[in-house]
Design a protein around this ligand. Structure first.
Ligand SMILES: Nc1ncnc2c1ncn2[C@@H]1O[C@H](COP(=O)(O)OP(=O)(O)OP(=O)(O)O)[C@@H](O)[C@H]1O
Ligand SMILES: [Mg+2]
Length: 459
């Protein structure tokens, strides 16, 4: 309790001593000062939990102290003391936010102790509230899905529609597009919002471990299983279960997942009897699951059970309208972290808008964070951006400018080839960079006889 600090202000020395002795006995740490000016100085320079102040003092009186404390630390409870009972000042003090009004000498020790105790309790609650509010704000602020593009609006719309249903959802999108963010948004907008949101990355664990994490195990079922372990499906009971990178699961796990979806039950590793689970499933993948089904690496029945409601998040380069908003959002967060307000130049912003963001929002977030940390001034400019972003559009212009002696056709052929190489011959990506549709690209490849260089396959 010694960490609860009380400041006593009274120009009557004996009163200070009397109160100090009584409250020290209660285990509080006490500081006394004999005028209002010193009191204000104390409050401004260290943290107190309660202030007891006399009203009538030379210079700055108790009411003025109260006024100033409300400016400096509005959460600090102030107990006003006076030698004379005057209803008028009492009401004035209480109206101004004093915690309590004590009449010296009339107040019994027990009353003083109780008032101080209550004030301390209130201070604690107020501080906790401030802390919780901050936490909430932080959570809200950092977890909010930012965007205004048509593409992301469609995602918002879908989330609103499906959140409060029990349907299984499959969130797809390239790495870093915000799949986990969407999964969380679904949970927090659903009626399960006050229940657990449990997530697991299926790609991050070896098969055996993943299986026992998901479904639990019984004691002795394998070396190291020294006691029963509850699976995450059980832990998530009543809540939402987020299966991240579901495309990475082995056939054995896929069978077990199918069981969860069909029967709503699990069998722990080494166990015999099924356990009922009540979870809402949201899965995510950056792999092409349909393709995986065709190639036989993903069970078709599981795919259809997962893909009840698909939500696809388009890559960031296809919704560049979102980039300025995201940049501002990440700038704000990064500025808060470094304790300095930063803005961005128009030229730098243009580069960010035009970059192709293979790593999507996560890459953009990292670029902003890095630029803010490495940069000393208040303005993030072109020179603060990483080379790949800075030189991105220049690279393309260089190609055009360096080869002035070639025909337009030759230029087109060379540029096509460079984009195809750059995208690893992913025709969809290449055609989106080139601004043509896939069949036009295909025709051009045929026409120019473009061929992919044969890769050597390591055996
Ligand atoms: N629209 C958005 N608004 C604000 N932040 C976003 C948005 N989209 C993504 N982010 C941020 O980008 C980062 C990556 O998001 P998230 O982890 O949800 O992506 P993901 O699709 O699950 O990626 P991966 O496939 O690599 O797991 C996170 O820090 C997330 O907060
Ligand atoms: Mg993810």
């Amino acid at each position: 309790m010694a960490d609860e600090k009380i400041l006593i202000v009274d120009d009557e020395k004996s009163m200070c001593q009397y109160l100090a002795i009584m409250l020290k006995k209660e285990g509080y740490s006490i500081k006394t000062v004999n005028n209002g000016k010193k009191a204000i100085k104390e409050i401004s320079s260290s943290n107190y939990d309660v202030l007891l102040t006399d009203i009538r003092m030379e210079g700055i009186d108790g009411i003025e102290v109260l006024k100033q404390v409300k400016e400096i630390d509005p959460n600090l409870p102030v107990i006003i003391m006076t030698a004379y009972a005057s209803q008028k000042t009492a009401i004035e003090a209480l109206n101004m936010g004093a915690f309590y009004y004590l009449i010296k000498r009339a107040a019994k020790n027990e009353e003083i102790k109780m008032v101080v105790r209550n004030a301390l309790d209130m201070h604690k609650v107020r501080n906790e509230n401030v802390f919780l509010k901050k936490q909430l704000k932080k959570k809200d602020g950092t977890r909010k899905i930012i965007g205004k593009s048509e593409e992301i609006q469609k995602v918002f719309h879908l989330i609103d529609k499906v959140a409060d249903t029990e349907s299984t959802i499959l969130v797809t999108g390239e790495s870093g597009t915000g799949k986990e963010l969407v999964a969380r948004a679904i949970h927090y907008q659903s009626s399960r919002a006050n229940t657990p949101f449990v997530s697991i990355n299926c790609g991050a664990l070896p098969e055996n471990l993943l299986e026992s994490e998901l479904f639990g195990h019984v004691k002795g079922s394998f070396t190291g299983a020294i006691k029963d372990k509850e699976g995450l499906f059980k832990v998530a009971s009543g809540g939402t279960f987020f299966l991240d990178e579901v495309g990475e699961t082995s056939p054995a796990i896929q069978v077990k997942l199918l069981r969860v979806l069909q029967e709503r039950e699990i069998i722990p590793v080494g166990g015999t009897s099924p356990i009922k689970v009540n979870v809402r499933l949201v899965a995510a993948t950056n792999a092409d699951l349909e393709e995986a089904v065709h190639s036989g690496s993903f069970r078709a029945d599981l795919y259809y059970r997962l893909n009840v409601i698909p939500i696809n998040i388009p890559p960031l380069r296809e919704r560049s309208d979102d980039i300025p908003l995201l940049v501002d959002h990440f700038l704000r967060i990064a500025s808060e972290n470094v304790g300095r307000e930063k803005s961005i130049s128009k030229e730098a912003m243009d580069l960010l808008i035009n970059f192709d963001w293979q790593g999507n929002v996560r890459e953009l977030e990292n670029v902003i964070e890095r630029s803010v940390i490495l940069q000393d001034g208040d303005l993030v400019d072109v020179c603060d951006l990483p080379d790949r972003v800075r030189l991105f559009s220049k690279d393309r212009r260089k190609l055009v400018m360096d080869k002035t002696q070639i025909t337009l056709e030759e230029l087109e052929k060379e540029y096509l080839l460079s984009v195809l190489e750059e995208t690893n011959w992913q025709k969809k990506k290449a055609s989106s960079i080139l601004g043509i549709n896939a069949s036009t690209l295909y025709r051009k490849i045929q026409r120019y006889g473009l061929e992919r260089e044969q890769e050597t396959v390591a055996l």
